[in-house]
Design a protein around this ligand. Structure first.
Ligand code: PLP
Length: 498
């Protein structure tokens, strides 16, 4: 008999397959109450090698796994640019209501008036928040929204006799998805320099001249940007684009910072996307399901995906499929309906004043952390005393601590030992941490984060080498990240035969 392992000796949870015992069952199916109808031979595959485990083993297995990662529900999770905020449980209640959860997408419009009204109202909410004329709820992620909106912009230019407008400008701090979406659309990306975190307007003009204004489709920008700065000259950037006959595209990933304070349409954006899993508290991570609704100005609306949910003059709801200029469909049916239920619930619960308070608290929390940490963790873009505040997030480049012989990775890994999810790293500049607390943690949680960061700094002063072995108290210690990325083991190949 193998020796039993104590908790501490068990860094790796066995696979569910390794817990399999032949003959064990999780459920008993009721006796068959219809005649047996054997499948034709050619439809019967070979038996699937599924694990055989009792119900309690299944539950303990997945419950163990669920507690091995740091999570929004269990920890402080200041992942900059990604707005990992707490999702109020009422959203889940609403999305699970049988009248919404059990709908079939092929049901007749008359039977699903409530669901259509919910979609229509979500459209209207987002139009109002964007300050733009029309929203499509179809895209399934922020990146998918970028792609869809670019398709819409390209279709607009094709239809207006300017098919050659296929160059998209983007700042050198842009999110990786921006360039990827452009490439997927067959557009060329040209990089614009930023100075002190802001768009260099002279460089923007220079790039337009270099490329030729007649070839430019849009400038794609995040505002507030990923350095945590709201660019007050965004209106000038918009004017420069419009003079060139091109558009301003707003990457709306950071909308959490400006909800109800300003609207992209008001500062000159022609199109944008939302990330409901960032701003509107729908679940975030593990590849989805997310949602990336897009908003556009009126003359781009004819090109939006179909079907579009609409309200008829008699107040009933239905779908508009008759849009000859539409780019078509980018997602099945109306997109991620369950996410729209959560988004609607969140916006309805907050109301206009609540959404404004979200932005105010998110910005206050970030400035509070930045002000308390800036003496120990240098902040190149932030100068509290000089009146330069951050928006919802801030970037620190802890040069002095890094000079003591630790790597940024050492600092991030040590945070795991204190139950804090490490922030975004090395972006938008090398050796930086991008910290976004969001509005949901309490002041107590913010203060604990400050204590941890100051304690880690003190540990580095004492013995920088000690951090090389962090995390010391997590189920997985320092992983070989290169091997994990380059040679991932994704398939269980069974017990090794002796
Ligand atoms: C998260 C993010 C995106 C991409 O959004 P997904 O929903 O993850 O596809 C794009 N731009 C910025 C700035 C982001 O933070």
């Amino acid at each position: 008999m193998a020796a039993a392992q104590s908790r501490g000796d068990r860094p790796v949870e066995p696979l569910i397959f390794e817990k399999s015992v032949p003959g064990q069952r999780g459920v008993d199916l009721p006796p068959l109450d219809v005649p047996v109808a054997p499948l034709p031979e050619h439809l019967v595959g070979s038996p699937v090698d599924l694990p055989e485990v009792g119900q309690h083993d299944v539950i303990t297995h997945y419950t163990h796994l669920s507690t091995r990662n740091l999570s929004v529900d269990g920890n402080f999770y200041p992942l900059g640019s990604c707005t990992m905020k707490y999702n109020p449980r009422i959203n889940e209640w609403a999305a699970a209501l049988p009248g919404l959860a059990m709908l079939h997408p092929m049901q007749d419009d008359e039977q699903i008036q409530g669901a259509l009204r919910l979609l229509y109202e979500t459209r209207c909410f987002l139009q109002e928040i964007a300050g733009l004329e029309e929203v499509s709820l179809q895209p399934a992620a922020g990146a998918h929204g970028e792609y869809t909106a670019l398709k819409v912009i390209c279709a607009y230019y094709r239809d207006h006799g300017q098919p050659q407008r296929r160059v998209v400008l983007a700042p050198d701090t842009a999110h990786g998805t921006n360039a990827a979406s452009c490439t997927m659309c067959g557009a060329e990306v040209v990089c614009v320099t930023t100075t002190d975190g802001y768009t260099d307007l002279d460089d923007l003009r220079r790039r337009i001249d270099d490329v030729g204004p007649e070839r430019i489709a849009a400038y794609m920008i995040t505002n507030p940007n990923t350095a945590g700065l709201f660019d007050p000259r965004i209106r000038d950037a918009a004017d420069i684009m419009h003079e060139a006959g091109a558009m301003l595209y707003l990457d709306g990933a950071n909308m959490n910072a400006i909800l109800g304070k300003t609207r992209p349409g008001d500062f000159g954006a022609d199109a944008m996307h939302f990330n409901t899993h960032k701003t509107f508290s729908t679940p975030h991570g593990c590849g989805g399901p997310g949602a990336g609704p897009i908003a556009v100005r009126g003359d781009l609306a004819p090109y939006l995906p179909i079907p579009q949910v609409v309200m008829a003059p008699d107040g009933s709801f239905g779908f508009d499929r008759d849009r000859p200029k539409s780019i078509g469909k980018v997602r099945s049916f109306t997109g991620q309906f369950g996410m729209m239920v959560r988004c609607w619930a969140y916006i309805s619960a907050c109301g206009p004043a609540g959404l404004r308070q979200v932005a105010e608290t998110a910005v206050l929390s970030a400035n509070y952390l930045a002000a308390r940490l800036c003496k120990v963790y240098e902040m190149p873009y932030f100068d509290h005393a000089g009146g330069r505040f951050c928006a919802h997030e801030f970037v620190t480049v802890p040069r002095r601590l890094l000079g003591k012989g630790v790597s940024l990775n050492d600092i991030a890994k040590r945070m795991i030992d204190y139950d804090i999810h490490p922030p975004t790293m090395h972006w938008p500049v090398h050796d930086c941490l991008m910290i976004e607390p969001t509005e949901t943690p309490s002041k107590r949680a913010l203060d604990r984060f400050v204590d941890v960061m100051l304690q880690i700094a003190a540990e580095i002063e004492r013995d920088p080498k000690a951090l090389a072995t962090a995390p010391r108290e997590a189920p997985i210690r320092r992983a070989d990240e290169v091997a994990a990325a380059r040679k991932p083991v994704l398939v269980w190949e069974g017990e090794k035969k002796p």
